[in-house]
Design a protein around this ligand. Structure first.
Ligand SMILES: Nc1ncnc2c1ncn2[C@@H]1O[C@H](COP(=O)(O)OP(=O)(O)OP(=O)(O)O)[C@@H](O)[C@H]1O
Ligand SMILES: [Mg+2]
Length: 285
């Protein structure tokens, strides 16, 4: 669960990024963040990743008190949040494969695990054949799909895509929207900042929060709170509970296409789960 509780970010006496913003996002939700230029969408992302600290209010991501984290805990926060930018921000000297693998090398994963994960992520974004190309050899749509794969590399529970379709034509923009929805269906919470009417039009039923001049002026399409209490009731930081949560998540996913699962709004978004899913998916393929 991500919560913003009366969060304000003030830059100067009369300049605000966001003002008194309060919302909750449940694990497994997909949320569009909309609003005109300068309304506070990127500020929201930077508050989430603790690039900015709030002037007032509190932010929590699951058990992490984002706004009060010590610098030494920031790596944990940033492992749990994947970010995607409008301009892709791929490293030009590394090829596609290396760009996706880099976050895994940084956190010290073993070579075999890295190879398996990068292979799975390339399959997910349908760019296996481009693994050895460099970013300059990719189209904009392809570069964005690689940047999404990189954002997923460490298995974050949540990703924030900030105007990911801003540089793309309509067809590629919708493709990116669909890819992010697919990733969401696999269990990752997705926040997508956009004012791309074309993409918004394709996903009409999806929750959207609209910002205007730093204020949250509309929040519509939020599904009702889940009837499941298993995850919420579990005491945090217990290994046993963590195992149970993963099991619960797996079970829910196994029944993803069941009719009964349609009423489940609480999808799993736990670390490592995407990896399991990708493995499952590649076995099916
Ligand atoms: N580091 C900063 N210093 C001063 N003001 C800032 C800073 N970052 C953002 N702002 C201000 O906060 C407001 C919100 O900016 P933000 O970048 O969050 O908007 P946005 O909704 O992402 O806009 P866009 O759609 O153009 O990307 C703007 O008025 C901006 O000038
Ligand atoms: Mg922005």
């Amino acid at each position: 669960m991500l919560t913003f509780d009366h969060v304000t970010k003030q830059f100067t006496e009369d300049s605000y990024g966001v003002r008194d913003i309060t919302f909750e996002i449940e694990p497994g939700e997909f949320v569009f963040i909309t609003g005109p230029s300068g309304s506070g969408k990127t500020t929201l992302m930077r508050l989430m990743t603790r690039e900015y600290t709030p002037t007032e209010g509190e932010i929590h991501l699951e058990d992490l008190p984002v706004s009060a984290l010590k610098n030494s805990q920031l790596h944990e926060l940033r492992r749990r949040i994947g970010v995607v930018f409008q301009d892709y921000r791929l490293l030009t000297d590394l090829n596609v494969w290396e760009n996706i693998a880099l976050p895994l090398y940084i956190i010290g994963k073993k070579q075999a695990e890295i190879e398996e994960r990068v292979t799975d992520l390339l399959k997910l974004v349908e760019l296996t054949d481009k693994a050895l190309l460099f970013p300059r050899q990719l189209s904009g749509g392809e570069a964005q799909r690689i940047s999404i794969a990189r954002a997923l590399a460490t298995g974050p529970g949540i990703i924030f895509a900030d105007e990911p379709t801003g540089n793309l034509d309509n067809e590629n923009a919708v493709r990116i929207g669909k890819l992010l929805h697919k990733i969401n269906e696999l269990g990752t919470t997705v926040l997508m900042a956009t004012h791309d009417e074309n993409v918004l039009g394709v996903f009409k039923g999806t929750r959207r929060m609209r910002l205007d001049n730093g204020k949250l002026v509309e929040d519509k399409g939020k599904k009702k709170a889940s009837v499941s209490v298993r995850v919420k009731d579990a005491a945090p930081n217990s290994v046993e509970d963590d195992k149970n949560r993963q099991e619960t998540g797996k079970k829910e996913l196994e029944t993803e296409n069941d009719e009964s699962a349609e009423t489940q709004t609480e999808k799993p978004a736990k670390k490592g789960l995407l990896g399991d899913l990708l493995k499952k998916k590649s076995k099916e393929d």
